[in-house]
Design a protein around this ligand. Structure first.
Ligand SMILES: Nc1nc2c(c(=O)[nH]1)N[C@H]1C(S)=C(S)[C@@H](COP(=O)(O)OP(=O)(O)OC[C@H]3O[C@@H](n4cnc5c(N)ncnc54)[C@H](O)[C@@H]3O)O[C@H]1N2
Ligand code: MOO
Ligand code: MG
Length: 426
């Protein structure tokens, strides 16, 4: 079986995973703990926003008709009858020739329909020689030097959002904008989809702990940390993190045990055709569904997946570059799908390739790349060392450039690339 595994293409492998998947149940979490999680229910506006007529500026609440025709030469003079701080209620209606000092966000007094910014006015203690106003020490007047149209700087009830409006659809990831809306409507707790529970097992007798001194023939276990970071970036929860030597019985016992306790068992290493590739042996005798064991792609052709009940086993390559690509193409979609996210697969975009990629491929190649925006065009450029075994270029990639099977791609040709959500544009 090892040497003649049936192959599937990337799309088919993703379909096989997604077809098997049942979204997880909802739970209620405090708003502050909901970031990055998926909203489990639609959210409608429970009241209009704003829910009272409010000022958009610091200025004077006036009747537009009273300042009609005002200019620096012929200003309007209005009697100021109170100061309205934000959060307080006005106490006096605005009658003809009157105004109230009003702060940004404060409720407009009855009778007022317009706000003139302070910058267009001057404050005066007395009415001056104007016959129409009383002369009293305590009185304040606003001199308005500019006419502004009716309704200027005033927000009407429901202007931003009407009551009952659909604001957030289920399946949305809660980020800054969503959090602000949820808070606006008083959601101190939010219905979100449960985080997928993930067990990460890195396999390999050569693996050293991160704090161990180097030994000849051995390496430190970097996939353990890379995968943990990736799983967390998909809002999933790592509930078990263990390293297993290349011992099939030990690996089988661990995997079988945890398949009953988590949504995804994620392994790295041991999926190729080597004598100690224990995950490949384990999958050859899998008591459940084997979804695929070989994909028409590079790196990560040996990426494998299986299922038992609702749980997935995603067995990634041990080579760090292949492990990373395998995660982004297959594991993140599973974690997103389990969370019922609206978008499950990586976003594809077209871009101009920078630099030649002349190498011929029998399989599609997913090159680690960087996106560049230049003079209105989107470019993608391979980040350099791109072998499966290479770790150093992972940090520089914000996309995977898809090189189709065949004779390579030239500088300036259009290619498809996939955005990597774990690594935003540099
Ligand atoms: N005869 C063939 N040999 C290989 C083939 C092939 O088609 N025929 N494919 C090669 C390709 S491509 C890949 S990719 C690897 C896949 O290897 P495995 O998934 O079986 O992984 P291992 O054998 O366990 O390790 C490979 C490599 O990765 C290093 N590694 C493993 N785990 C970690 C870790 N946690 N952190 C850092 N590095 C890790 C390991 O030391 C090896 O160097 O097979 C090729 N061979
Ligand atoms: O499986 Mo390897 O990762 O094809 O490059
Ligand atoms: Mg191997």
């Amino acid at each position: 079986m090892k040497f003649n595994r049936p192959t599937v293409d990337v799309g088919k492998a993703q379909d096989l995973l997604l077809q098997h998947l049942t979204p997880l149940e909802a739970e209620i979490v405090p708003l502050l703990e909901s970031f990055g999680r998926t909203l489990a229910e639609d959210v409608h506006a429970t009241h209009p926003v704003p829910h009272f007529v409010k000022s958009g500026m610091d200025g004077y609440a006036v009747r537009a008709v009273d300042i009609q025709g005002a200019t620096p030469e012929t200003p309007a003079l209005l009697k100021v009858n109170e100061v309205i701080p934000c959060g307080s209620l006005p106490t006096k209606p605005i009658g003809p020739g009157e105004a109230a000092r009003i702060m940004t966000g404060a409720m407009l007094p009855e009778g007022a329909d317009t706000v003139v910014m302070f910058e267009m006015t001057e404050e005066r203690q007395e009415a001056g020689g104007d016959e129409g106003f009383e002369k009293k020490e305590s009185l304040k007047y606003a001199v308005v030097f500019k006419e502004v149209p009716l309704g200027r700087n005033v927000s009407q009830i429901g202007e931003e959002m009407a009551a009952g409006e659909l604001l957030l659809e289920r399946g949305r990831t809660i980020q800054a904008g969503e959090a602000a809306l949820l808070a606006t409507f008083g959601f101190s707790e939010v219905p979100v989809v449960r985080r997928p529970r993930v067990a990460i097992f890195t396999t390999g007798s050569e693996l050293l702990a991160v704090d161990a001194p180097l030994q000849p023939g051995k390496i430190r276990n970097s996939n353990r940390y890379m995968l943990t970071s990736l799983v967390q970036s998909a809002s999933a929860q790592v509930v078990s993190l263990q390293t297993v030597p290349d011992d099939i019985e030990q690996a089988r016992a661990l995997v079988c045990d945890w398949m009953n306790r988590v949504d995804v068992v994620l392994t790295s290493g041991g999926v190729s055709v080597g004598d100690f590739d224990i995950m490949a042996d384990l999958l050859d005798n899998w008591d459940g569904q084997v979804l695929f064991q070989k994909i028409e792609m590079r790196p990560g052709s040996v990426t494998s997946a299986a299922a038992r009940g609702n749980a997935f086993l995603c067995a990634l390559s041990g080579n760090p570059g292949a492990c990373f690509v395998g995660f982004e193409l297959f594991v993140r979609p599973v974690l997103h799908g389990l969370q019922a996210r609206r978008q499950v697969l990586p976003t594809a975009f077209t871009a101009v390739l920078r630099g030649d990629y002349p190498k011929a491929n029998i399989y599609a190649r997913y090159l680690r790349g960087q996106t560049l925006l230049h003079e209105g065009k989107v470019y993608v450029e391979p980040v350099g060392k791109d072998q499966s075994s290479v770790t150093v270029s992972i940090k520089d990639s914000d996309c995977l450039i898809v090189i189709p099977p065949g004779g390579g791609v030239r500088d300036g040709e259009m290619v498809t690339a996939l955005r990597l959500p774990s690594q935003p544009y540099a």
